[in-house]
Design a protein around this ligand. Structure first.
Ligand code: TAP
Length: 493
């Protein structure tokens, strides 16, 4: 039985909003939050009202005047304190996350510790925001390019990585001297509220960080439309991202980190065992509810049968358990009935169109699974692009596999999608590696590994996978305006 102290944290945060440096009970209606492994209601969030949205934005705007004048080192120190506090409470925060999201506690703890790392990374970056001096054509002039924080950021985040996807926006905002109003996903609000608690404990000044709970179509949309929100940093589906872009009534900075439909190409020269290990990890971790999950795999015909058999065995070997009770399970519950239903729909579609079921294909059996959203890791082979699993984002523990005969065909199939977030390659031949890294039309290409994102390199999509970057210097620059100061000093005239 898991330690239940996380439940006290959830009770303390129940129905609370974090505005102007203090928690307060929300005045709006209550929405239930479910443990996806059991179907039990673990608490309720407040649907923030229009007045509460205004109050949070006003608090962020007032705080911006002070925060943006702080020395970079002061903001860096605050971020370091935040990172230390989060790391120190990682297990409790992980259990909060598992209770609302379903991923096993060890995996959730890994995410919390990566959030702590992000705090420290952005703390260091805060002190390294440089401008530029640009040469002028006339003597006696100097052009300075100065970076100034954008202002108030509205951050809207999904449920699959409830800590990191909030954290990247929070840390970059704080490092850049912006202030932030966060609207986490309706089904995973407590992780964001727990982060707000840590911000208060770290002494981050009142109003710099605010958290509003509620529905995206109401609270999220209110931030998008708010005249005093200067930038929207959104992570979520391409459909909602497009809606935000189209419904934003003012000219406003937007970063949109959207959906994926990520391919893996396994060539004839690949280390097949390594490719199978990578595919199993990046297809099924977090139940495939990852924007950069491998959704579809193209394997050279010469190693196809071997790869399919090994991937099926690897999928069958993974454990699916209640992630609160079994911290080290490979997969927990899916976050809600919605991605589970889509997974089943994509599976039925593939089987109907002639795909071969290799592994999984159903929920695990037994009383432990009766109330939750569970599904076995599933592999289907002999797929083609008439099937949804090969052309749409599944966002579940389902992977489609297809053979290819030459590299041109692999590139064409891999790029045959409106998405452009991440792609993967297993190959040992240098020409194959160079060709694929050049030709794959994706923001991230991982070769002989499946960790496409690291904290100090830019992470972003192209095409319908979004605009803008998180991570790295590029991610931080998303939170600045550039100002050109052209000075006529007359020296050398
Ligand atoms: P969405 O349904 O798009 O929801 C994302 C967030 O937007 C939630 O907080 C949601 O609130 C809110 N929202 C919904 N309608 C809104 C509106 N009209 N105005 C403003 N906000 C609104 O995505 P999801 O199902 O939570 O997450 C899965 C998707 O996120 C996948 O497509 C995945 O690929 C993508 N994703 C992308 C990345 C990167 S880095 N590219 C990373 C992770 C996930 P509610 O929760 O209340 O609906």
């Amino acid at each position: 039985m898991a330690d239940a102290s996380y439940f006290d944290s959830i009770s303390r945060l129940d129905g609370q909003l974090f505005i102007g440096g203090a928690f307060r009970p929300g005045e709006g209606s209550r929405l239930p939050v479910e443990n996806p492994a059991t179907g039990e209601t673990i608490g309720h969030i407040a649907a923030a009202t229009g007045a509460e949205v205004d109050a949070a934005v006003a608090a962020a705007r007032a705080a911006f005047r002070i925060w943006s004048r702080e020395l970079p080192r002061t903001r860096a120190n605050a971020l370091h304190r935040l990172g230390d506090l989060i790391a120190a409470d990682a297990l409790n925060m992980a259990r909060i996350m598992t209770a609302e999201q379903g991923k096993p506690v060890n995996e959730a703890k890994g995410e919390i510790l990566k959030l702590a790392e992000a705090c420290h990374f952005y703390a260091e970056e805060a002190t390294r925001v440089h401008g530029e001096i640009v040469p002028n054509d006339q003597p006696g002039f100097q052009s300075l390019v100065v970076r100034e924080p954008i202002g108030v950021v509205g951050a809207i985040t999904p449920w699959n990585y409830p800590a990191e996807l909030v954290g990247w926006k929070l840390c970059a905002s704080l490092a850049a001297a912006c202030t932030i109003v966060i609207k986490p996903a309706e089904i995973t609000p407590y992780t964001a509220l727990a982060i707000a608690e840590k911000c208060a404990d770290a002494g981050i000044p009142a109003g710099v960080v605010n958290v509003l709970t509620g529905k995206g179509s109401q609270v999220g949309q209110a931030l998008v439309e708010h005249p005093h929100v200067d930038k929207i940093a959104f992570t979520g589906s391409s459909a909602v991202g497009l809606h935000i872009q189209q419904s934003c009534p003012q000219v406003k900075r937007l970063s949109l980190e959207l959906g994926g439909n990520c391919p893996l190409v396994v060539t004839a020269s690949a280390d097949v065992a390594a490719a199978v290990k990578g595919a199993a990890r990046r297809s099924f971790r977090n139940c495939g509810q990852i924007c950069i999950a491998i959704n579809r795999i193209y394997v050279h015909r010469s190693v196809y049968d071997e790869f399919v058999a090994q991937l099926g065995a690897a999928a069958d070997a993974l454990s699916v358990r209640n992630g609160l009770e079994n911290a080290a399970a490979d997969l927990g519950a899916m976050a809600s009935g919605e991605p589970l239903a889509k997974t089943k729909e994509h599976l039925a579609d593939a089987l109907e169109k002639g795909a071969r079921l290799i592994a999984g294909g159903k929920a695990p059996e037994g009383a432990e699974y009766a109330g939750g959203h569970f599904f076995r890791p599933t592999v289907v082979a002999d797929c083609d692009h008439s099937m949804k699993v090969m052309t749409e984002e599944t966002f579940g523990p389902l992977i489609g596999v297809a053979p290819f005969d030459d590299l041109d065909e692999a590139v064409r199939l891999a790029n045959d999608t409106p998405y452009g977030l991440a792609s993967y390659v297993y190959a040992r031949d240098l020409v194959e590696i160079q060709t694929l890294s050049q030709e794959l039309d994706y923001g991230n290409v991982a070769i002989n590994n499946v960790d496409a994102g690291i904290m100090n390199a830019p992470y972003g999509g192209r095409k319908q996978s979004g605009v803008g970057y998180e991570h790295g210097r590029e991610g931080l620059l998303e939170y600045f305006n550039f100002k050109h100061v052209r000075l006529h000093h007359g020296v050398g005239n």
